[in-house]
Design a protein around this ligand. Sequence first.
Ligand SMILES: Cc1cc2nc3c(=O)[nH]c(=O)nc-3n(C[C@H](O)[C@H](O)[C@H](O)COP(=O)(O)OP(=O)(O)OC[C@H]3O[C@@H](n4cnc5c(N)ncnc54)[C@H](O)[C@@H]3O)c2cc1C
Length: 381
Amino acid sequence: MATATTIPRPSYLDALEPILTEIIAPAAGEVDQTAAYPQAALDALAQAGLLGLVSAKEVGGLGEGIRAATLVVEQIARHCASTALVACMHYAAAAVIEAHGPRAVREAIAEGRAVTTLAFSEVGSRSHFWAPVSTATASGESVRLDARKSWITAAGKAGLYVWSSRPLAAEGMSTIWLVPANAEGLRVTALFDGLGLRGNYSSPVMADGVIVSQDAMLGEDGKGFDIMMNIVLPYFQFMSAGCCLGMMESATTKAAAHVGGTTLEHIGQSLADLPTVRAYVARMRIKTDMVRALLLDGLDALESEREDAVLRVLEVKAAAGEASTEVTDLAMRVSGGAAFRKEVGVERYFRDARAAKVMAPTTDALYDFIGKATCGLPLFG
Ligand SMILES: Cc1cc2nc3c(=O)[nH]c(=O)nc-3n(C[C@H](O)[C@H](O)[C@H](O)COP(=O)(O)OP(=O)(O)OC[C@H]3O[C@@H](n4cnc5c(N)ncnc54)[C@H](O)[C@@H]3O)c2cc1C
């Protein structure tokens, strides 16, 4: 189906298309069933230059930004939300490295030689990722990191973690570091066995006396919050919404096909001939299109620095997260027992879609921020 996000069609979506049809879609069922990391998809994205999507052209990347990352994640999520989330975290972390990292690492990412991810959430501060309790302490010329990270997508699979800690010496809420995943003292403590997104490898990671150089600091000491708000938040909010949108599109399409093609033989009608079923499908279509419209408007707001851009950044993930749980629930409902028995192909989206509302910033935290913004109150404090 042609949509506003595909006209005119950018070349990076052309590059993505064969990867979707030949690698990501065929593997999606197995990734879900066996909780396998989608390595073949990551290799293909690297090969096509798509891991360098948000890397600058001067380091060999495609020089794109939030819009492109969002559209790519959306397209991947139509087939495999686990793969989409790994790509999402890579792009969010890569954007931070693009802004503050060393040239050699930027080139490695641009050329598809390095996959990266965000290591923000912690056991201590849970979904309040902006307030790490883990530490960075001076150790001679180096820095010692100690942490109990609660979730890192692609843990042990990505080569680089964009890592948060309390500041080293400065005032402020956090400092950001670039930490190699194979650093001594880092340990993935549990395999991921989630309800959905089963191939995203989101595991807890312990850091016990991990030594990094002072150069591993991304940006200034104590300024991690600015990086989180100015770079990570807009990237993540839009890509997470894109991931939800991709799932909604697929769930709506598959459910509509099922009800149109399934017959009640004794009355000679399809399920789609039932007005009740059609009305639910209509609600799915409307919710999906509402999220797409908000997402596209949000991207326009961001790119044109419109005065409501911050509000749109906050809104888009809350709206998409809620809508995707509703739409995938309706897909299960109209598809009946056939969906429950996994015959329609919507049940995986139903499970996968449940993550967005509890991924930080959670929907309820966003409601609080959006309410404060609307009432003219400060977002923090
Ligand atoms: C599949 C998946 C992948 C993830 N990948 C990563 C990753 O790569 N990197 C990373 O850093 N993190 C990642 N996370 C972690 C994620 O961002 C959240 O930190 C995590 O899901 C929060 O779970 P929790 O149990 O700690 O939530 P809690 O903080 O315990 O929240 C419990 C409840 O309290 C509510 N709540 C908390 N604070 C507020 C508030 N201020 N206002 C209103 N309600 C509030 C929440 O909305 C929620 O309903 C991932 C999570 C998932 C599910």
